[in-house]
Write a protein that binds this ligand. Structure first.
Ligand code: GAR
Length: 198
């Protein structure tokens, strides 16, 4: 069984998909802890309902971003995970966390297109006909790390940010579950900026 920590900032529907997948022991993943950058969010309630320990590490509670980064690395380290999953965690991770852990991130666009915090809105604003979701390994940049898997989603006439994001999430959840499971069971290799699962 491979232990992971999941980081969330909001509704936690991706976290819920992972929680549901871990009900099957053959999935090979145990969620040891769920961390957030804010209190009171639905993602933390989902973790609590599943009996998973939670922690909150808020940027505003530390004098510097570097100290927050170090504290977050410590809080993650309390659970000693094999790797970390950023599932809607809306803060850029710093060198302490990234130096200690491999972090997988799910992003609601076909990277390298539409990086950043407003990927769904940006794809609509650009008039794109296709977008999607990406699971990638986090590096020091903004959604620039090596891609592990992607699924495309058509943008339909009349789509709003909400309708499009819901359709993206419908394919994002199974993609994240699949990639995290494979990474847990088989391991992840990153060589020369290319990520692969054997
Ligand atoms: C997900 O669609 C995730 O890809 C996105 O936030 C949503 C979180 O939903 N992440 C980003 O935009 C990161 N740049 P959830 O809280 O319901 O899982």
């Amino acid at each position: 069984m491979t232990g992971i920590v999941v980081l969330v900032s909001g509704s936690g529907t991706n976290l819920q998909a992972l929680i549901d997948a871990t009900a099957d022991p053959a999935y090979g993943v145990r969620i040891l802890g769920v961390g957030a950058d804010r209190a009171g969010i639905t993602g933390l309630h989902r973790a609590g309902a599943a009996g998973i320990p939670t922690f909150v590490c808020r940027v505003e509670d530390y004098p510097t971003r570097a100290q927050w980064d170090a504290a977050l690395a410590e809080r993650i380290g309390d659970h000693d995970p094999a790797f970390v999953v950023s599932a809607g965690f809306m803060k850029l991770l710093g060198p302490e966390v990234l130096g200690r852990y491999t972090v997988l991130n799910t992003h609601p666009a076909l990277l390298p297109a539409f990086p950043g915090a407003h990927a769904v809105r940006d794809a609509l604003a650009a008039g794109a006909e296709v977008t999607g979701c990406t699971v990638h390994v986090v590096d020091a940049g903004v959604d620039t790390g090596p891609v592990l898997a992607q699924v495309s989603v058509p943008i339909l006439p009349g789509d709003t940010e909400d309708t499009l994001h819901e359709r993206i999430k419908a394919v994002e959840h199974p993609l994240l579950v699949q990639v995290v499971g494979r990474a847990a069971r088989e391991g992840i290799t990153v060589i020369d900026g290319k990520a692969s699962i054997p």
